[in-house]
Design a protein around this ligand. Structure first.
Ligand SMILES: Cc1cc2nc3c(=O)[nH]c(=O)nc-3n(C[C@H](O)[C@H](O)[C@H](O)COP(=O)(O)OP(=O)(O)OC[C@H]3O[C@@H](n4cnc5c(N)ncnc54)[C@H](O)[C@@H]3O)c2cc1C
Length: 409
């Protein structure tokens, strides 16, 4: 047992592990063999959850329905949602433990697509209309921050703007790379409302219904999933949003987005990388023992053993630091810099490790019959999505230089 993991969390981890093994692993071959499906992928997660769940294949609706029921009946589905919204109320540590287990299969056990950014920010009406149905999995959202000229510097370069006209805000602009935008029911979308203040009080978060007049999408083809468009350019042409659809306070939308990203993007990328690499290492060990060249299993060769041990080292160190950072977040500590470190390692180490796993598998590692090539894409993307490795190093350097982060132990 991981030092510091409470017994109830350890038990939950084992329950999820068994469910993922018994229910998700057997569906992987069918999932991978069908990147698209006639009639669509009914019952699958939509919106941002579609990309977060790595939906690189499809399943028959009855399989998605069964997975959803299992997740809901066991309480896993909403275990990380605060109790006042019908969830299990576990914190960041529980969430990373759960997320690691779920990522061991390319067929991910569905969990609630709740926009955690709404918690504490939504009005009672917004909670009823958007938050609660999202907790239950009835509505799916997408998150719109990035723009054609505003990726690494969204606060400084954002062009999409919203202007008050009577009771409505009128939004104009273009967002890009927005995951699951077209299949979402609503977008949580940032727009500049005060060009002087920008990220310091001049960017607001809007709830934009999909569809809305003036809202349109253009698909972006990516190497991650050429069979299925999951990222979109979002065009906003005089989209009218009532004032009641501002999430949080006017001008505070950038801060709201950043707070959410620390936990729900950065920490969870750590658990995602650990889950993927743990399963990939298990598979690689089995493969190396079976695959024979020059009269001996490749597992007998030091060249292969060292690749396996390199991956093991990455898993163990990343797991320890992800769980420690999550536990500190639960303790209300400021872990922004540490979360950047986790995100950095998830991308850089995740990519270097999955590359070694692919090497151990040789040509078989490049086939789409196994999840490895898909995992390679996902972990390579982790160096870019959610802020690039360079930007997270910049955040870490700032924390070190201005003394906000301690490395004394
Ligand atoms: C698959 C995918 C899904 C995505 N999903 C979403 C989503 O759902 N919602 C959303 O809002 N966005 C999303 N994004 C956008 C993503 O967050 C951005 O692509 C990312 O933040 C990088 O921005 P950029 O692509 O504009 O790169 P740029 O900012 O143009 O950076 C280009 C290069 O320059 C480097 N660089 C930039 N500035 C500096 C600097 N000051 N110092 C050193 N190096 C620097 C970068 O590290 C990078 O290597 C997604 C992107 C992808 C590819």
């Amino acid at each position: 047992m991981q030092a510091g993991l409470p017994p109830e969390l350890d038990a939950l981890k084992n329950t999820i592990r068994q469910i993922v093994k018994n229910e998700c692993y057997p569906l992987e071959a069918e999932f991978l063999a069908n990147p698209t499906r006639e009639g669509g992928d009914e019952g699958a997660p939509r919106g941002i959850a579609e990309a977060l769940n790595g939906l690189l294949g499809t399943l028959p609706k009855e399989d998605w329905d069964r997975l959803n029921s299992i997740s809901k009946e066991t309480g896993i589905y909403t275990s990380f949602v605060p109790e006042e919204y019908g969830g299990g109320g576990m914190g960041a540590l529980g969430h990373v433990v759960l997320d690691e287990e779920v990522h061991k299969s390319i067929v991910q056990l569905p969990t609630s697509p709740v926009p955690m950014m709404m918690i504490g920010a939504a009005t009672p009406e917004q909670e009823q209309e958007y938050l609660i149905p999202s907790v239950e999995g009835k509505l799916h959202y997408a998150f719109g921050q990035t723009e054609p000229n505003a990726g690494s510097d969204p606060g400084g370069m954002m062009q999409t703007c919203a202007v008050l006209d009577g009771d409505d805000w009128v939004i104009n602009g273009t967002k890009t790379f927005i995951s699951g935008a077209e299949s979402s029911d609503y977008l949580l979308l940032q727009a500049v409302t005060d060009p002087e203040k920008r990220q310091r009080g001049g960017i607001t978060m809007f709830i934009v219904d999909n569809p809305s007049p003036g809202l349109s999408f253009d698909p972006i083809r990516l190497w991650i999933n050429p069979a299925k468009d999951q990222q979109f350019t979002v065009n906003l042409d005089n989209v009218r949003v009532p004032q009641t659809k501002v999430l949080g306070e006017v001008g505070q939308g950038f801060t709201l987005g950043q707070k959410w990203l620390v936990h729900h993007d950065r920490l969870l990328r750590g658990s995602m990388a650990i889950g993927i690499l743990t399963r990939a290492l298990e598979m690689a060990i089995e493969w190396a023992k079976d695959r024979v060249t020059y009269g001996r299993p490749i597992a007998d060769r030091q060249a292969i053993q060292w690749m396996l041990t390199d991956v093991y080292i990455d898993i163990m160190t990343l797991r320890a630091s992800t769980r420690e950072t999550a536990a500190r977040a639960d303790n209300d500590e400021d872990v922004r810099v540490e979360a950047s470190m986790i995100k950095y390692c998830a991308g850089e180490w995740g990519w270097r490790s999955i590359d070694k796993i692919m090497q151990v598998f040789g040509g078989t590692g490049e086939t789409l019959d196994l999840p490895i090539a898909h995992w390679y894409h996902i972990l390579r993307h982790a160096r870019i999505g959610g802020g690039t490795s360079e930007i997270h190093k910049f955040v870490m350097a700032r924390g070190l230089l201005d003394g906000r982060v301690s490395f004394q132990g």
